[in-house]
Structure formats: C-alpha cells, structure tokens
Design a protein around this ligand. Structure first.
Ligand SMILES: Cc1ncc(COP(=O)(O)O)c(C=O)c1O
Length: 393
C-alpha cells in the first residue's frame, strides 16, 4: 500500500452513525441527503430503459442527448458554455476526483477553502498534492465569512489549484459575485486552476427582492460560470444528487474549458469508463422537468430551513445563522468542545443523529451539522425537542 493510505481518515459521520446502528428510534439528520425518494417519472423512465435492454457500455463522456440537455440547462442558468465542454460523470465525487487527476502531479500545491465536505481535501492528497487549508471564520451570529485578502494571499504562482465549494457544505457560506470576480482575476494572474464544487447551486434561498439578485442569480447561487470565459482555467463540478433527489443514482457532470474534453473522456475510460445508460435516461427526464421540480424542492427546503432554524434559535446557548444556500443548519452549542464525542452522546442518550463539525475540519470543532432535507418538517421539530432535552451541555 502507498504510505499515504495509512493517513486516509475514515468518515467521522459514519463513526457517529455506527453509534446508532440497530436503533430505529434514532432521528437521523447526519447524512447529506433528503429522505424523499426520487420522483416516480424519473424512476419509470430508467426502468423502461432497463426493460428495453439498455444494459451496455456507452460513450465515455455521456450520452450525446444528455450532454446536449445539460448544455441547454447550463445555458439557461449561466449563459451558453458552447459545444464540447460538458462531461457526464459518475456523480459529483467522481467529477471532483477526475479534476484532481487531470490537474495534479505529486507535490503540487492545492488551496482549499474550509471547513468543507472532507472528500474535497482528501482527493488531492490521494494524488500526492500538498493541501493548504484557508479557513472561513464564524462571526458572533454564527455566519461563516471568508477573509478574501487571506485567500488571495495564499494563492501564489506556485498554487496549482484552488478548490472551493459554494454554497458550502457544511456552513451554508456562499461566495458573493464580487469575491468570485476577485478570485477569478487573481487566479488568472497566478495561473491557478479553479475547481468549483457547485453541487448545491440550485438549493439557493436568496430573496431576489432583497439580495440584489440578477436574472443570473435568481435561480442559482452565483456561479463561476457566470463570469468566466471558455478558456479560463476553470472546472465546475455538478451533481444530480441534491437538486434532483438522485443521490443513489450516482450521476453528475462537469464543465471544462474548451479543448479539454477529449482528454477527460480518456481519463473517464480509466476510471469508470461510462455512466450507466438507464441512469442517464432518468437524468434526461430530470432535466426536462427541472424548472418545475427544482423550484418546488427549493420551496419545500426553505420551509424546512425556516422551521429548523427558527426552533433552534429559541434554544439557550445555540449559535447559528440561517443559511442562504445548501441543505444544512450549522450550529455551535455553548460548552461544546469535542463535537465527535457530543454527536455520539446525542445519538446514544437522546436518539438524535447529527454530523460532528470536526468531520469537516478542525476549524469546525465544536460545531454540529444538521441536514434539514426532511420530507416532514415536524420530524425536524421532534429533533429539536430531543436536542433541548440534552441542554445545557
Ligand atoms: C460539497 C459536496 N460536493 C460534492 C458532493 C458529491 O455528491 P455526489 O457524489 O452524490 O454527486 C457532496 C455530497 O455530499 C457534497 O456535499
């Protein structure tokens, strides 16, 4: 085994979930997925594809029909990326790994904005890159903020890649347009690739009336695609998992600069070769329905967010800000220092399953992440009652 394998940490969220194994009474909000099943029409289309016998290998880069549907979907949100820039991947996690494989040699420097979903810094590390973390910091109200000057100072001509996830899992922090422009301008000067994880872009709750949304930001969080040109060193990674309730389908896509698609197809050949055809058929249907289903999901998630954050704000010693994007409430409890031990205790003693902040980096030690993508908002309130019973810590 390569020596770095020994340093690959297991998931601390799984560690908490294991503490609740075999306990049907636990209210679990630890994983990043909705408890709602994928829409029936999508399942039907995929089932029909299987029954037609679409069980064979297909194109490395995805079905041409799906790639064309993704180009049109992207064009409607961010402006037309043009031909030859979209690759279908086996979910977002594979798209992110492919980006690291495409860009990194051992020893390269990667800057990552943290706290963040742990796979992001782990993947470049697997490639042998040196990962530097640039932490967000919470304000007194629990809203996480970027020190833009600190981030730009960390990105030098020696920085091969910047990895940034916005809207952010776990904190809900979202890059503003001005910050995005400053980062893009800076990375153009240093020659640094931006790998933007925008899988939560549609789970965006900004009120267009009050938050200065433009037609480009009304339906989606600000994206690097809104401001970058086709030759910028930018890879945007997307997923069908979150906005289309398709976590188990394992499908995503990436938008690449002009001229990189053929090489990416070759790289996909050596990873997964292609995504299953019946899964891609379901995805074409998901895109056809997107402007009906996604706004409906966002309305529901907004209700979930407001229900949960409203109830949590009423508890003593809780610090949290209402997130503008994503599907997580991220909270700090007065007196909490060891979030892993606390999360395990909440499971075993109170039947409440939350993700420990430390799973997303030491910057988030003492915090807890609560996924509010619940079909029934009352389930969230039951969870809050359980948390209340655990207080004060
Ligand atoms: C920030 C972020 N990026 C990417 C993913 C990958 O999702 P998937 O591999 O299901 O597409 C996740 C999943 O939780 C995530 O939170």
């Amino acid at each position: 085994m390569r020596p770095l394998m020994a340093g690959l940490a297991g998931s601390k969220i799984r560690e908490v979930a294991n503490a609740g194994l075999g306990r049907p009474d636990v209210l679990a909000f630890w994983f990043g997925e909705s408890d709602q099943v994928t829409g029936e029409a999508l399942r039907q289309v995929a089932a029909e594809s299987l029954m037609r016998g679409e069980t064979f290998y297909s194109h490395n880069l995805g079905l041409p029909e799906l790639r064309e549907a993704l180009r049109r979907y992207t064009a409607a949100l961010h402006g037309d990326p043009g031909e030859g820039r979209i690759a279908v991947t086996s979910a977002g996690v594979s798209g992110l790994m492919l980006a690291s494989q495409m860009l990194l040699d051992a020893g390269d420097e990667v800057v990552v904005v943290t706290p963040v979903w742990p796979n992001l810094p782990a993947q470049p590390a697997i490639m042998g890159a040196r990962v530097r973390r640039v932490p967000l910091a919470p304000d007194v109200h629990g809203a996480w903020r970027l020190d833009l000057g600190q981030l730009l100072a960390a990105i030098t001509p020696d920085t091969r890649m910047l990895l940034v996830n916005s809207p952010n899992n776990p904190s809900g922090w979202t890059l503003g347009r001005g910050e995005q422009q400053a980062i893009l301008d800076h990375c153009r000067r240093t020659g640094t690739w931006i790998v933007a994880d925008e899988v939560y872009e549609r789970l965006w709750f900004a009120d267009p009336a009050t938050e200065g949304a433009t037609p480009l930001t009304a339906r989606s969080a600000p994206s690097f695609l809104d401001i970058a040109g086709p030759d910028d060193r930018l890879v945007v990674v997307h997923s069908f998992s979150k906005s289309f309730l398709m976590t188990g389908w394992r499908l995503g896509w990436m938008v690449l600069p002009r001229g990189h698609l053929d090489a990416m197809g070759t790289l996909i050949e050596y990873n997964t070769s292609c995504a299953p055809v019946f899964v891609q058929r379901g995805a074409i249907e998901a895109l056809a329905q997107a402007e009906v289903t996604v706004p409906r999901l966002v309305d529901h998630l907004r209700r979930c967010r407001d229900t949960l954050c409203g109830a949590l704000a009423g508890l003593p010693g809780v610090r949290l800000a209402t997130p503008a994007g994503g599907m997580y409430a991220f909270l700090a409890l007065e007196g909490a220092s060891d979030s892993l031990a606390l999360a395990k205790r909440l499971v075993t003693d109170h039947g409440l399953g939350l993700a420990p902040g430390v799973a997303f980096g030491h910057e988030a030690e003492g915090w807890l992440r609560w996924c509010f993508a619940s079909q029934d908002p009352d389930r969230l309130l039951k969870g809050v009652e359980r948390l209340e019973r655990a207080l004060p810590l």
